[in-house]
Design a protein around this ligand. Structure first.
Ligand SMILES: Cc1cc2nc3c(=O)[nH]c(=O)nc-3n(C[C@H](O)[C@H](O)[C@H](O)COP(=O)(O)O)c2cc1C
Length: 183
C-alpha cells in the first residue's frame, strides 16, 4: 500500500507527525509533503524539526513541485491524508484549485475516486470554512476534524492526538490499538 501524507500549516503539526510514526510501523510506503508554513509551525509547536520529520517517509516532495508523482492521477495511491489541513488548503481542495502539490494531489484523489482524508483545524469556523468542508465532502473527501473525543479517558496530550490518528487508521482499514474502543 502507498499513502501520501501532507502536513499543512494549521496548528496541530503533532497530528501529522504521529500519523507518520504509526504509518511507518505498518511497513507501507509513505510519501510526504510538508508546506512551507508547516515547516515553521513544526519547529514552534513540537520537539521535532522538519529534517527529523522527513526521515519518517520513504519519499519527500516540496509543496511547489507539481512535477512530483502524486500530482498525476496515473500515480497510484491507496490514500492521501492532509493533516492538519489549513482553511486555505481546504478551500483550494474544495474548489479544485490545484496550485500546490497538496491541492493538486488531493484533486487527483477525488477525480480518481481514491480515499482522501482531510483533518481541518480551526476554531471558531467561519462560513467559508463550513461551506468548503461541505463541498469537499460532497466531492468524496472524508472529513476528520482535529476534534478528539473524551470517552476513552485521555490522560495525556498524546492520548488525544492518538484518538485522531486511530480514526484515520479506521478509515484506511488499518488495524491499530491507538485508543480504547467504546465497549
Ligand atoms: C502559528 C500558526 C498557526 C496557524 N494555525 C492555523 C490553523 O489552526 N488553521 C488554519 O486554517 N490556519 C492556521 N494558520 C494560517 C496558515 O498557516 C496559513 O493560512 C497558510 O497560508 C496555510 O497554508 P498551507 O496549508 O499551505 O500551509 C496558522 C499560522 C501560523 C503561523
Amino acid at each position: 500500500m502507498r499513502y501520501f501524507v501532507s502536513i499543512g500549516g494549521a496548528s496541530g503539526s503533532i497530528y501529522g507527525i504521529r500519523l507518520l510514526q504509526e504509518l511507518n510501523k505498518t511497513g507501507h510506503e509513505v510519501h510526504l509533503v510538508v508546506s512551507e508554513g508547516a515547516k515553521t509551525i513544526i519547529q514552534h509547536e513540537t520537539k521535532y524539526t522538519y529534517n527529523v520529520v522527513k526521515t519518517t517517509a520513504h519519499v519527500v516532495y516540496d509543496n511547489d513541485n507539481l512535477y512530483a508523482g502524486p500530482a498525476s492521477g496515473s500515480f497510484l495511491l491507496d490514500g492521501m491524508i492532509v493533516i492538519p489541513c489549513s482553511m486555505k488548503t481546504l478551500s483550494a481542495i474544495a474548489h479544485g484549485f490545484g496550485d500546490t502539490l497538496t491541492s493538486r494531489a488531493a484533486s487527483c484523489c477525488l477525480k480518481e475516486g481514491r480515499k482522501l482524508i482531510l483533518v481541518p483545524r480551526e476554531t471558531p469556523l467561519d462560513l467559508p470554512g463550513i461551506k468548503n468542508m461541505l463541498m469537499a465532502k460532497e466531492s468524496g473527501a472524508i472529513i476528520i476534524p482535529a476534534m478528539p473525543a473524551f470517552y476513552h479517558k485521555p490522560e495525556r496530550i498524546e492520548d488525544l492526538v492518538d484518538f485522531i490518528v486511530g480514526k484515520i487508521f479506521d478509515q484506511l482499514g488499518l488495524k491499530h490499538s491507538l485508543f480504547k474502543r467504546w465497549k
